[in-house]
Design a protein around this ligand. Structure first.
Ligand code: SF4
Length: 330
């Protein structure tokens, strides 16, 4: 349904080029879930925005149902706009502060001719019930500032659902919500996924959330604009082949019962990612990587290569057929 073909995005800052996304290829079929995982600055959000048509690739193509989204016009463009929706990280920033919840949900229903008059009010009520804002009558006349962060995000989810999308980009959709409410919102997204069969790009910095939401899907791990590890969620988490994926796993809090069992300990050579303005030579992870080999990793950039069920961009993992244990990790 959505295919990214060698997509890159370059921004300019004070005359310097910043490659926020670099040669990324991904494929997400109907009803599938792909979790996009990485630290801040890894290019996850820019990738999601390119899929949603909010940012134009500098090179490469985004295909929706086989067609380059830049070539869509008229009815085809409207169909794509309706089919692909995005839920942003900050629900307060993306809701109009002077519109009530009812008006916010009425606008897309009206735009796409999905409901009018009495059926519009019924449609708004049904949407609020689906995101568990009940009774709907208690929320329909509220403004965003009268809602909690979790309630605002549920309104944002309802707005995305209102147009019956085929594909949702959830960009850190639960990360600004109070910790105690995060799992209930995540479970709501899971329930909606099961009910509607909508496909997801689930963007998160947290591997534990990716595991919880997309256990039956795939994970792509991004580092400084590139995908470095991609494969079925289960194998990426149980047997991570890329040192950076191991580092992300090591950062999952001990309290996560699903991941501690398989989580290896790992000490990076540096905790700080390099600037996108001054990317390291060779493998961009080499200044932090305990497995780095001088004369190889600092010289040659590794490309994504199949290693069993995964694809990994790491010289050592590809050569050894898996990431070997290191004394330095204990
Ligand atoms: Fe580490 Fe080298 Fe693999 Fe990069 S290519 S992740 S530096 S071992």
């Amino acid at each position: 349904m959505i295919i990214l073909e060698r997509v890159s995005r370059i921004f300019r800052s004070r005359g310097e080029a910043i490659r926020a996304v670099d040669d990324v290829s991904l494929e997400i079929g109907e009803g599938q879930v792909m979790s996009l995982v990485g630290e801040s600055g890894s290019g996850k959000t820019t990738t999601g925005k390119m899929i949603a048509g909010l940012v134009t690739p500098s090179s490469g193509r985004v295909l929706f149902e086989g067609r380059d989204i830049r070539t869509l016009d008229g009815a085809a463009r409207a169909r794509y706009r309706r089919a692909v929706q995005i839920i942003h990280q900050d629900p307060y920033a993306c809701l109009n502060p002077v519109r009530t919840v009812g008006d916010t949900l009425a606008a897309p229903l009206q735009l796409y001719g999905l409901a009018d008059g009495r059926s519009r009010n019924a449609g708004i009520g049904e949407l609020l019930e689906r995101v568990e804002l009940t009774p709907a009558s208690a929320f329909v006349d509220k403004y965003p500032h009268q809602l909690s962060g979790g309630q605002r995000q549920r309104v944002a989810v309802a707005r995305a659902l209102s147009v019956q999308p085929k594909f949702l980009v959830a960009d850190e959709a639960v990360s600004m919500i109070d910790v105690s409410l995060r799992i209930s919102l995540l479970n709501l997204l899971l329930k909606l996924r099961q009910e509607t069969g909508v496909a997801f790009l689930f963007i998160t910095h947290d591997l534990a959330l990716a595991r919880h939401f997309g256990w039956d899907g795939r994970i792509a791990v991004m580092y400084l604009g590139r995908v470095v590890d991609v494969g079925p969620t289960r194998t990426v988490i149980e047997d991570p082949h890329h040192p950076y994926t191991r580092a992300l796993l090591a950062a999952v809090p001990e309290a996560d019962p699903h991941i501690t069992r398989t989580k290896p300990r790992l000490r990076l050579r540096s905790q700080d990612p390099p600037s996108l303005l001054h990317l390291p030579s060779g493998c961009a992870f080499h200044p932090r990587c305990p497995w780095a080999e001088s004369g190889l990793c600092d010289v040659i950039r590794p490309e994504l290569t199949h290693v069993r069920a995964q694809e990994v961009a790491c010289h050592v993992a590809v050569r050894e057929g898996a990431l070997p244990d290191l004394a330095a990790t204990t």
